[in-house]
Ligand binder design. Structure first.
Ligand code: PMP
Length: 381
């Protein structure tokens, strides 16, 4: 008999039945009064939950499009921009910003570590920057940036906007837009919201909206805030066809989050991550991210001696879980395990047991049940 395969890559994350059901509904016209009401309600909820007096945009596209949307609406050719990079996705901003004609400065950490906020402050004192970008959780390294502290630093530089890539963090790691000094926050539907890929969600605080006004007409069309603002205000209007079923799916995700409570959701992510990470370390894996800066949404696990990456991931797949490989210098040395969104507790126990079975079949000296025991003890404490 074939086992169900658990989706444990760091996004897309598992999509629960009630969200799948929304995607399976019969599609209606975007002007359908019921849909318009649903969309408007969703936008209002997103603004309140993530606490901004600015705007929220829900647009068909992926996280990368949201990166481009953030840059397009806050900078103009010739501006200076500071990119704080903790890995592959932090670096993705380099190309986006260079194509836009920005003067790019990059502050990078060694993979697994962070750029200290004090260093960012020093850099900001040296030059005027239109914006700073930070990836809250870099999916390539599993490092969580101290966004709150960086937000505090940015408060001393009122002309510089803080752009936060929350693709692998939002709805899992605490993020409150205005309170934390974030000017633009964005994510994709497929991560901690637990919806299928295809929607970008972007919050723009009052300072970011003011910056947009100063830019006048911008070269970009589809991602222009000004094109979408009338629709976000009144979704019965048309600019480009909304992803109706995904919007319903996101609405169901937000309903689930409200039912759980956003704070409770953050706490659950923290607890699960700590328990998972302790269990996996006990099985011989090493976390790439240093203590104190580990993400709660995924774990980036360096293999113990003697494990071949491809064979191990094939074994995991045979045993029933899909994980992701390492990127760049860590390709072949590490695997990445997502544990974000609407993840099921039975599945998590099963995931650790599956990893134990794959280690056993890789002829590692593993005590079956050890990781499972540690995980359960941690979750029950
Ligand atoms: N930023 C981060 C932190 C990501 O993890 C990803 C996707 N893994 C992206 C941006 C790009 O998102 P997408 O693949 O949805 O375009």
């Amino acid at each position: 008999m074939k086992n169900r395969k658990l989706l444990m890559i760091p996004g897309p994350s598992p999509v629960v039945r009630s969200i799948q059901d929304q995607m399976g509904r019969e599609t209606v016209a975007f002007g359908d009064p019921e849909f318009v009401k649903d969309f408007k309600g969703l936008l209002d909820d997103l603004k309140v939950m993530f606490k901004t007096n600015g705007e929220v945009f829900v647009v068909a596209g992926t996280g990368t499009m949201a990166m481009e949307m953030a840059i397009a609406n806050t900078t103009k050719r010739g501006d200076n921009i500071l990119l704080v990079s903790h890995g592959f996705f932090g670096d993705r901003f380099i190309d986006i910003c260079e194509r836009k004609g920005l003067n790019v400065d990059v502050m990078s950490s060694e993979w697994g570590k962070i750029v200290p906020p004090s260093e960012i402050e020093k850099k900001l004192n040296e030059k005027d920057y239109a914006a700073v970008t930070v990836t809250h959780v870099d999916t390539a390294t599993g490092v969580c940036a101290p966004v709150d502290e960086i937000g505090q630093v940015l408060k001393k530089f009122p002309n510089t906007l803080l752009i936060v890539d929350g693709v692998c963090a939002t709805a899992g790691e605490p993020e409150y837009v205005d309170e934390m000094g974030i000017d633009v926050l964005f994510t994709g539907s497929q991560k901690a919201f637990g919806v299928s890929p295809g929607l970008a969600i972007l919050w723009a605080g009052p300072k970011a909206m003011e910056r947009r006004r100063t830019l006048g007409t911008i070269p970009e069309y589809y991602v222009d805030f000004d094109k979408w603002l009338p629709i976000m205000d009144n979704p019965s209007k048309y600019f480009a066809t909304p992803a109706i079923n995904l919007i319903w799916a996101l609405k169901e995700s937000v309903r689930i989050i409200k039912e759980e409570g956003l704070e409770a959701r953050f706490a659950r992510h923290r607890k699960v991550a700590q328990a998972m990470q302790k269990a996996l370390e006990s099985l011989g894996f090493t976390l790439l991210a240093e203590k104190g800066h580990r993400a709660v949404t995924l774990s980036n696990l360096i293999y113990p001696e003697g494990i071949d990456d491809l064979s191990f991931r094939n074994l995991l797949s045979e045993e029933g879980i899909m994980v992701a490989g390492g990127l760049a210098a860590y390709a072949g040395k590490m695997f990445r395990l997502g544990h974000m969104g609407n993840i099921d507790m039975h599945d998590l126990v099963s995931v650790i047991a599956t990893i134990e079975r794959a280690l056993y079949r890789s002829e590692q000296n593993v005590e079956l049940g050890k990781g499972v025991g540690i995980f359960m003890h941690e979750m029950l404490s």
